[in-house]
Design a protein around this ligand. Structure first.
Ligand code: SAM
Length: 304
């Protein structure tokens, strides 16, 4: 806050934004009306913030990229733990507030923009060249969780960890094992790039305003290389998507819809070559089995 706002709200310069009283005072002092459409639920629990920051394994040699800093609750903690912090915020109204709340932290940089349209590699070149490793650490806007995570993974950014607060149900899908209800194409895509671990389940009460769902902090530790081999990553993911188009259908029926009914012989041969029972459902297949299947289908396509 500016000196005037601090005086108006009787807050000390050292007060942390994440203190619930400070959050409410900052919101009031700036006459800010929070936007539900931008997922603006601000964190006001120091304990949860410590869990998030410690899961990211930061130190002074490392960088942190935050998506959606809000008024700076997590950003302040990140700036104390990391050497360089970059925070990308879409809401123009929050930029002047962040320049107040982050004023005591010269290693923090706020960038105005939509993270989905931001060239993230440019941020690396601009802010993280000196860092030994960089992690994404954020309390994400829930309405765009999956597009943000997929952008981070598909762009193959040099990340150590992604530690994010997300909707509990989405965290459970990301970390689900084959044969469970939560397992699907999101679980497989995330687990292809990362090792997921749910760090903490978080109740709605720690946010201002409280969201109407439970949340979870999840850590996605980036793998050095994928756990399966594939010549064609794009085709592997097409096959995976196809096998989940109709969850209750057998893998054979989903593949026939994907490849075309006239390709029955090739589909059957590929399933046999991959050692997969055609009557199984996609939700029972491991990533290793999907990799074998996509290689066998590609081979069947070549020889037809
Ligand atoms: N980090 C703060 C905290 O923990 O209190 C705020 C988190 S709040 C759940 C999500 C934040 O993401 C909001 O500040 C919102 O304006 C911002 N946001 C929403 N969509 C965004 C986007 N596409 N790109 C960047 N920021 C976004």
């Amino acid at each position: 806050m500016t000196t005037d706002n601090r005086a108006e709200t009787k807050l000390a310069a050292t007060d942390k934004v994440s203190n619930p009283k400070v959050t409410k005072a900052v919101i009031k002092a700036h006459g800010l009306v929070l936007k539900k459409s931008l997922g603006q639920n601000f964190l006001t629990d120091q304990n949860i913030l410590h869990h998030i920051v410690s899961a990211a394994e930061l130190d002074a040699s490392k960088g942190a990229l935050e998506i959606g800093p809000g008024i700076g609750a997590l950003t302040q903690h990140l700036a104390e733990a990391a050497g360089a912090v970059v925070a990308v915020e879409i809401d123009q109204r929050l930029i002047p507030i962040l320049s107040d709340t982050m004023a005591p932290y010269p290693n923090a940089n706020v960038v105005h923009g939509d993270v989905l349209k931001t060239n993230l590699r440019d941020l690396w070149d601009r802010y993280f060249t000196e860092c030994s490793a960089v992690s994404v650490v954020a309390n994400l806007p829930y309405y765009v969780t999956t597009p943000i995570i997929m952008k981070l993974l598909e762009e193959k950014l040099p990340l150590e960890n992604i530690v994010v607060m997300i909707q509990r149900e989405v965290a459970e899908r990301m970390s689900a094992k084959p044969g469970t209800k939560a397992y699907g194409s999101l679980s497989i895509a995330v687990q292809y790039y990362c090792v997921p671990e749910i760090v903490k389940i978080v109740p709605p009460t720690v946010f201002v305003p409280p969201p109407n769902v439970e949340s979870a902090v999840i850590r996605l530790r980036l793998r050095d290389k994928p756990p399966v081999e594939t010549d064609d990553e794009g085709y592997l993911f097409e096959v995976i998507q196809a096998c989940f188009v109709q969850r209750r259908k057998t893998i054979s029926n989903n593949l026939l819809a994907f490849c075309g009914k006239d390709r029955r012989t090739g589909v059957e041969a590929a399933l046999a070559a991959a050692g997969i029972d055609p009557s199984r459902r996609g939700e029972t297949l491991s990533l290793e089995e999907f990799a074998r299947l996509s290689r066998a289908l590609a081979e069947a396509n070549r020889s037809s």
